[in-house]
Design a protein around this ligand. Structure first.
Ligand code: GLP
Length: 244
């Protein structure tokens, strides 16, 4: 595991530049992306970062990490809507986008479709950290072998969907990529920003891995990169700018 800490004012630029380099790779990359407030400022910076590198994302494939079940297609909290407006629609040419087909298929079949896409291989997965230690919608109680599946959403996650992302109804279920597939991605980045995540980030990185904090299982990935801003990293034992 490598922990990288950046000043809050540069954090999103650093992550955007690295994501742009991956999306612009010759031949493209297969990238699984989270939504939510953490990566939103990163995604907004990717078009400029691609332009600065003289690259485009047209050959890449972006796979959605998770999706609510039961929210209408035009709900502002929908993960596919967030990723389209924050990233996909800002890229010219756009990457191929693979949402989770929760409107067209029963939830279990939508999960199976997502799993097939991930099983074909992911060059990179970027995930955020839930306030309760979840990753994707792998809520507390998830095992390290948790597969891609239909899940019940924890009450705090449901509240966040309404209060922070503007969901028109409180979601109670979702479809998420499993921890097993995240651990199988060639590269895995856990991106964390803001002081509100500091306690959980410390627990995830410094306490023994535990299903009470599913993100702690990401430490099993051979090349996990934790990319945090200084407010999120402020409680870590070693806060030097970059440490392996
Ligand atoms: C949400 C999403 C995750 C996201 C996490 C953190 O519920 N299901 O994909 O990474 O919680 O969200 P935020 O970055 O808004 O704190």
């Amino acid at each position: 595991m490598r922990v990288e800490v950046h000043p809050a004012e540069h954090w999103a630029d650093v992550v955007a530049a690295e994501l742009a380099a991956t999306l612009g790779r010759p031949g493209g990359a297969r990238v699984c992306l989270a939504t939510g407030s953490t990566p939103a400022p990163v995604y907004r910076r990717v078009p400029a970062a691609l332009a600065a590198l003289g690259l485009d994302a047209g050959a890449s494939i972006v796979v959605l990490l998770d999706e609510y079940v039961g929210l209408p297609p035009d709900d502002p909290a929908r993960c596919d809507a967030q990723l389209r407006s924050q990233l996909i629609e800002r890229l010219h040419p756009p990457p191929a986008f693979v949402p989770i087909p929760v409107d067209d298929l029963p939830p279990a079949a939508a999960a199976a479709a997502l799993d097939r896409v991930a099983a074909a291989g992911l060059d990179l997965a970027i995930v955020g950290l839930g306030l309760n230690g979840h990753v994707g919608m792998n809520e507390p109680g998830s095992a390290p072998s948790a597969p891609t599946r239909v899940v019940e959403i924890a009450p705090i996650t449901s509240r966040v969907a309404v209060e922070r992302y503007g969901a028109t109804a409180a979601p109670t279920a979702g479809v998420t990529l499993g921890i097993d597939r995240l651990l199988g991605a060639a590269e895995l980045w856990l991106v964390v920003s803001g002081a509100a995540k500091a306690d959980m980030l410390r627990a995830v990185l410094e306490q023994p891995p535990d299903s009470a904090r599913p993100a702690s299982f990401l430490r099993r990935h051979p090349r996990l990169r934790v990319i945090a801003d200084e407010p999120a990293a402020r409680l870590l034992a070693d806060r030097s700018p970059t440490r392996a």
